[in-house]
Design a protein around this ligand. Structure first.
Ligand code: VG1
Ligand code: CO
Length: 542
């Protein structure tokens, strides 16, 4: 029975870089999730009888919100829901299911790399029919609706059994519980040379993958161990846990430290990788060499033609503005387009749909291609394995040759987490005030060439996104970029991105923080980070 429930707006449901993210207790407030889901539906048109995909990363509160969303989808007139068994669908797998079954859209429940548990983070994100995150005009409409919402529709039926594959009926709508892995694994087999990777692995090449007790466990078990023949145990922490075992499922050098130590140790495997809470990020480490996400993007783009899915070459590369310029050099050499977008995968959608870009990436461990409309952690790992299988060289050799050919972009991001919001906003406002006066100023040997607040004009739909980050470019191509995170759930997170280009191969072996030391000092001098935030050092350096 369909029922209309009166409600009142919360007013704080503004989607960030990647959907709405809040602490679990916030989502557990009466009608909180319902308000947001109804606001999504109220912002869409023409979905009567259509298909909605629902799934999440398995974190705490996932199953509860999935039941809420299914019942509301029925009451709002969707014709069919496809939901992953156990409520599981990684973000890239959800994107694939939306595309493959021509769904109207999808609801993905995740707070990505943020911790999970009763007092930790939860999130809801809406993806459109191309499989990608809703563009700003849709998220703006959702937010506007959430501020005035006065009722939602739901269906008074028993909970759906999420653990048995098959179809059930619910108030005139069908719900099909699908295998979350099968479609995705098939897509990967179509893109990559599994036979070559199998041969590499059976020849003694050792790969380890840390699923971080998050969503990629079942995917990596099926693909890396079962289909590619890696020995049992190659995939670690493969059971998705509601609290990720108490860890941050964030594949960086802080939270995946053990993997890093292993890869730098005396008996290191040939290749190590990890993914995040919802499976869209990747960390890749060759024996003795951590490959930064920005470098990885450039190297994957330069070698993509070695994989069957990209054998004809790539049409263009897109990177978010804070991502290093390493990919630009590859695009230049290949004679293909390079696009610079604001942070967040939603800005790549149009470029991919129009065939302008084939491979996209962000410095935050996100890489992907036109095979779906989200970044894809396992995809990046498999493309690396495919390249390693064809080139028959170590990851370290591939990296060093790449730098020798293109030069090296030394790159690091410094995060200051849970900073007082007023202090963070004040810091950004002060930087914006300085924009006009910085060009021409010298700081030691560094002279500012230009500075601006990044704005993006979408070349496809001509929408304009302003205030996407303050960039200060120095003569010679070095730069620092400042922006505030749009995914945090408490206080503000200041991100400082630092980059220096080094063409000279004799100078490619410097430790990163050392190579960037002068820029790091100037970033503080210009922004007053220590003075304004009271922090003497970043919370996380990646
Ligand atoms: C961060 C990253 C950004 C990424 C976003 C979502 O956003 O910097 O590159 O697209 O997370 O990733 P922000 O606004 O906190 O800097 V995920 O894996 O959380 O979907
Ligand atoms: Co993620």
């Amino acid at each position: 029975m369909i029922r209309t429930v009166t409600t009142t707006p919360y007013g704080d449901q503004k989607p960030g870089t990647s959907g709405l993210r809040k602490k679990v207790p916030v989502f557990q407030q009466k009608n909180y999730a319902e308000n947001f889901i109804q606001s999504i539906f109220d912002s869409l048109e023409g979905f009567k009888g259509e298909t909605l995909v629902i799934g999440g990363d398995g974190r705490y509160y996932n199953r509860e919100v999935i039941q809420i969303a299914i019942k509301m989808a029925a009451a709002n007139g969707f014709g069919r829901v496809l939901v992953g068994r156990g409520g599981i669908l990684s973000t890239p797998a959800a994107s694939n299911v939306i595309r493959k079954y021509k769904a109207f859209g999808g609801i993905v429940l995740s707070a990505s790399h943020n911790p999970g548990g009763p007092t930790e983070d939860f999130g809801i994100k809406y993806n459109i029919g191309n499989g990608g995150p809703a563009p700003e005009k849709v998220t703006d409409a959702i937010y506007a609706r959430s501020q005035v919402i006065d009722s939602y529709k739901t269906s008074d039926v028993a909970d759906i059994n999420l653990d048995a594959e098959g179809t059930q009926e619910l108030d005139g709508m069908t719900v099909t519980v699908i295998d979350p892995v099968a479609d995705y694994a098939e897509l990967m087999e179509n893109l990559f040379d599994f036979a070559a990777i199998r041969k590499l692995i059976s020849g003694g090449f050792r790969v380890v993958f840390d699923a971080m007790s998050a969503v990629t466990g079942p995917y990596a078990k099926e693909i890396i161990e079962k289909r590619l023949g890696a020995p049992k145990g190659s995939v670690m922490n493969f059971i998705p846990l509601p609290d990720f075992g108490g860890h941050h499922p964030d594949p960086n050098l802080v939270h995946a430290r053990a993997l890093y130590e292993t890869m730098m140790g005396p008996d290191a495997p040939d290749f190590g990788a990890a993914s995040d809470g919802d499976g869209d990020r990747n960390l890749v480490i060759g024996r003795g060499i951590f490959i930064t996400p920005s470098d990885s993007l450039a190297m994957l783009a330069a070698n993509a033609h070695l994989a069957p899915g990209y054998a004809k070459g790539i049409a263009g590369i897109a990177r978010s503005m804070p991502t290093s310029g390493a990919a630009d050099r590859v695009a230049e050499k290949l004679g293909i387009g390079i696009y610079e977008t604001p942070t967040g995968w939603k800005f790549f959608g149009n470029l991919l749909d129009e065939g302008m870009a084939t491979i996209c990436g962000e410095e935050s461990a996100g890489t992907g291609s036109n095979h779906v409309r989200e970044k894809d952690g396992l995809w990046a790992v498999l493309l690396w394995l495919n390249i390693l299988a064809v080139r028959k060289e170590s990851a370290l050799d591939i990296v060093q040759k790449h730098w020798a050919t293109y030069g090296r972009n030394y790159y690091s991001r410094h995060d200051y987490e849970e900073v007082d919001s007023d202090a963070a906003n004040g810091l950004m406002a002060n930087l914006r005030d300085q924009l006009a006066s910085l060009p021409g100023k010298s700081f030691g040997a560094l002279k500012v060439a230009t500075s601006d607040d990044f704005a993006y004009n979408d070349p496809v739909d001509h929408s304009v996104s302003k205030n996407q980050g303050v960039r200060i470019l120095f003569e010679g191509g070095s730069r620092v970029v400042f922006r505030l995170s749009g995914t945090g759930t408490s206080g503000a997170t200041l991100r400082v991105y630092i980059e220096r280009f080094e063409p000279d191969a004799a100078r490619h072996g410097i430790e990163t923080q050392e190579a960037l030391a002068d820029l790091i000092a100037v970033a503080d001098e210009i922004a007053g980070i220590k003075a304004r935030t009271g922090r003497t050092e970043p919370s996380v350096i990646t």
